[in-house]
Design a protein around this ligand. Structure first.
Ligand SMILES: [Zn+2]
Length: 198
């Protein structure tokens, strides 16, 4: 999980997100099977308006695992606080609840949520505050020097996002080798998993 800075809420959301959240909430309460659709704005679904801004914030990387480049099918918007949880119905279009995410992370996270789950755009987030990276086997672990509460948040984040799933571990190993061993001298921005490279 690489740190990024969230930009201010785009104008397209700022006036309407609460209204859209309330509408989804009442539809969902009336009909528990109601499925969320992005509202249309000027003939285009809202997610298509938001994706360019979300992608620019992460430099086109996945917000969670930092995978790059995202394939077209992978450019999905994740609701950090799941839209299936009645507590969060109102946040379905809230800017701070939306993260661009790759297929792996979407599949891992699904509707799971935990209050300790780390946000890559939190002002006090830093990869090495919470995690350590094993440069031999390319797994990620809670930082043993962190305070217990931070270690617990790191553990929850690793679990929910399946950050040590074998395919992802292998992808990190390959990226590490590409960067440090082949070292073609490219800018770090075009690599996945920048938290281990920089
Ligand atoms: Zn990801």
């Amino acid at each position: 999980m690489n740190r990024f800075t969230r930009t201010v809420c785009p104008a397209i959301l700022s006036e309407k997100w609460e209204e859209w959240g309330n509408r989804y909430s009442s539809n969902r309460v009336r009909n528990p099977g109601f499925s969320f659709q992005w509202p249309e704005v000027n003939g285009k679904p809202l997610n298509q308006w938001l994706l360019p801004d979300l992608l620019a914030m992460t430099q086109h990387h996945c917000s969670y695992c930092d995978g790059y480049p995202l394939r077209l099918a992978d450019k999905t918007i994740d609701h950090f606080r799941p839209k299936s949880n009645p507590e969060f119905y109102g946040e379905v279009c809230k800017w701070e609840n939306l993260y661009v995410s790759c297929g792996h992370c979407q599949k891992a996270k699904m509707e799971e949520y935990h209050s300790g789950l780390l946000r890559p755009d939190a002002s006090d987030y830093d990869f090495f505050r919470y995690f350590v990276y094993n440069y031999t086997d390319h797994t990620i672990h809670p930082n043993p020097l962190a305070v217990i509460a931070d270690q617990e948040r790191a553990e929850v984040t690793i679990e929910i996002l399946h950050l040590n799933e074998s395919g992802l571990v292998e992808a990190r190993r390959m990226e590490y080798n590409r960067f440090f061993v082949s070292n073609p001298g490219l800018l770090p921005e075009i690599y996945s998993f920048r938290f281990i490279l920089i």
